[in-house]
Design a protein around this ligand. Structure first.
Ligand SMILES: Cc1cc2nc3c(=O)[nH]c(=O)nc-3n(C[C@H](O)[C@H](O)[C@H](O)COP(=O)(O)OP(=O)(O)OC[C@H]3O[C@@H](n4cnc5c(N)ncnc54)[C@H](O)[C@@H]3O)c2cc1C
Length: 570
């Protein structure tokens, strides 16, 4: 139902200014619609702004053609629905993709690439490759890389390649007259009737980012087109359509556990400190009848959903945040970059090792060359993979020891090391930036173990005797040069020189691979399989995809923006 008053209005309202939102907004504007982008954060960009700038697009982009790569929409579609391709842990990468959604991606990815070029994004002029690839299909190389050599790090909160993707899109959007309502979090989508009729607009609440120790909200890097408001809530009318590009649900513990019950609270969201993927798009759409879909795609068994990082001592451990970052006071620590896992062991919440620390996981996803020979859709592809269930992540999740009611969560993992490791890693502990509740040091292992419950995620006391026994056994295995317990190749360094350290080394949650049901046009569907008129979605909040990242989000934004702009006027 409509609210009592509308504070703002435009033809198309885009929720979120990330990899889905900015292309959607620009495309709708190019088609003649007026556009307001509603963004919860203080700046545009979402995860796409802090991403690596590796853009997977196929189906025959101009760059693929230039470098002689044979690809087409049909090849891409075949790839992305090939049930016979499986990762080395047996997870079928494309089997649960929605065919309609994939057909739409296949038909539009190359167009989306040209659209990026037209809107100022520059790519390194070299053959597309597989660097950064996860689940991009196996017949052709499809990763394009944004240019990253013009000092753009100044414009990125993470100093990363995503700036070179998102700042040009932002500049294009602002120059085309798109308006931005920053610092407003969409909470409600209005529909004519609770579960019937077209979508009318949204309500959003004021969410300024105020850093610890300050009173002034952070400002966006660029400002032309920003709508200046500070009301507690704002209603925004959509004359034609609303597009959801809110980035998924991996930051919302209850919501993400719908898909994989093991995703308990101790696993932080990669880059959640910049933009939390809090499922708000999904929740608001479900409140007006939208359906979830394609849930089989969202599990930790997919490589890439959860990752081990070499940055320890802080829960914001996906990115090594620089002190110059505008959000550094919120992040609180750079963390310690561990170059060599020979310098530490990892223990569970009860102080016991559970795996070979040198092992990260298995190679990310499938891509050209990962299966040889590859015969499309031939059942023998699956029989050709060497099934290798060696996954650090599965091992970490399998932990039951010390887990308690009600969730029996696996709990945190801790890197344990000594003064010798500090020297070998050349860490300057005076300047080391770690978070107090995620990093501990003590003269004895007994004292160290007793400190860990100061971390909010360590729900049980770590028995000191366990930690002491673990370290003693590990030290003995170092003497013999053989890890009899978990097969770490030639364990090299004893943990024997005080002080001793415990640093947060828990896995980080990454992508969302399941969300709202959409059709080929990116229109959101309800529980009866009918379109909700005037509602679109793309990117990580949309279901039907197993592809990681910005490529599919950009393409779905491109599709949604084009069609939203020509919805009938309400
Ligand atoms: C560190 C890092 C590196 C990565 N590197 C790569 C890479 O190299 N290549 C690649 O392909 N992918 C990469 N990814 C993944 C990629 O960034 C995401 O998959 C992609 O950005 C998802 O696009 P999206 O539009 O769904 O969400 P986002 O880009 O995250 O955008 C969502 C936006 O919606 C806003 N929002 C959320 N809820 C609301 C609300 N209720 N109201 C208003 N606004 C809201 C958020 O603040 C955010 O700005 C990386 C991700 C991370 C974290």
């Amino acid at each position: 139902m409509a609210p009592e008053r509308w504070d703002l209005e435009a033809d198309v309202i885009v929720i979120g200014s990330g990899a889905t939102g900015l292309p959607a907004a620009i495309r709708a504007r190019d088609m003649g619609a007026s556009v307001i982008v509603v963004e919860a954060n203080y700046d545009v960009g979402g995860h796409a702004l802090v991403c690596g700038g590796n853009v997977a697009l196929g189906g025959g982009t101009s760059q693929q053609k230039k470098y002689g790569i044979d690809d087409s929409p049909d090849i891409l579609f075949r790839d992305l629905t090939d049930w016979s391709v499986v990762e080395i842990n047996g997870m079928p990468e494309y089997r649960y993709n929605d065919r309609g959604v994939q057909r739409a991606l296949a038909d539009n990815e190359a167009r989306a690439f040209e659209f990026l070029l037209e809107n100022g994004v520059e790519f390194v002029d070299k053959s597309p490759d597989n660097f950064g690839a996860h689940g991009i299909g196996i017949s052709a190389k499809r990763e394009h890389h944004c240019v990253w050599d013009k000092g753009q790090s100044l414009e990125s909160p993470a100093g990363s390649g995503g700036t070179t993707l998102m700042r040009p899109l932002e500049a294009s959007a602002r120059s085309k007259g798109i308006r931005f309502l920053l610092n407003y979090h969409m909470d409600v989508i209005f529909r004519e009737q609770p579960n019937k009729g077209r979508v009318l607009g949204i309500e959003a609440s004021f969410t300024p980012t105020i850093l610890p120790g300050t009173t002034t909200p952070l400002k966006s890097f660029h400002s032309g087109g920003n709508i200046d408001m500070s009301a507690k809530t704002v209603t925004v009318k959509a004359r034609r359509a609303v597009i959801i590009g809110t980035g998924g649900s991996t930051g919302n513990v209850n919501f993400r556990r719908i898909f994989d019950v093991r995703l308990t609270e101790e696993y932080p969201l990669a880059a959640g400190e910049f933009s939390p993927q809090d499922a708000s798009g999904e929740i608001a759409a479900m409140a007006i009848g939208a359906s979830l879909w394609g849930t089989a795609n969202q599990t930790f068994d997919r490589n890439g959903t959860l990752r081990k990082r070499p940055i320890i001592g802080t829960p914001t451990n996906y990115i090594e945040w620089k002190k110059e970052s505008p959000i550094f006071p919120k992040v609180g620590a750079t963390g310690l970059a561990l170059r060599n896992w020979q310098n530490a062991i990892i223990v569970n919440q009860m102080g016991r090792r559970f795996y070979n620390e040198m092992h990260d996981g298995y190679p990310a996803g499938t891509f050209q060359g990962s299966l040889d020979p590859y015969v499309p859709a031939d059942w023998r592809n699956a029989s050709r993979i060497k099934y290798t269930p060696t996954n650090y992540i599965d091992a970490a999740l399998a932990i039951n020891e010390g887990s308690t009611a009600p969730d029996y969560a696996a709990g945190p993992q801790w890197a344990i090391f000594d003064a010798g490791a500090v020297e070998r890693e050349k860490w300057n502990m005076n300047q080391a930036s770690v978070r107090p509740e995620y990093f501990f040091t003590a003269g004895t292992l007994e004292e160290l173990a007793s400190m860990l419950t100061r971390c909010p995620h360590q729900k049980v006391a770590m028995p000191a005797a366990n930690l002491e026994a673990t370290v003693e056994r590990y030290n003995r295995m170092v003497e013999f040069g053989v890890d009899e317990d978990f097969g770490k190749p030639t364990p090299m360094h004893k943990i024997a020189t005080p002080p001793f350290y415990a640093a947060w080394a828990t896995l980080t949650v990454h992508d969302t691979y399941a969300g709202l049901r959409i059709n080929m046009d990116c229109r959101v569907m309800d529980m009866k399989g009918e379109v909700i008129p005037g509602l679109y979605c793309g990117g990580e909040s949309a279901a039907g995809c197993s592809q990681h990242g910005v490529g599919r989000a950009i393409t779905q934004g491109y599709i949604a923006g084009m069609l939203a702009a020509v919805e009938p006027l309400g």
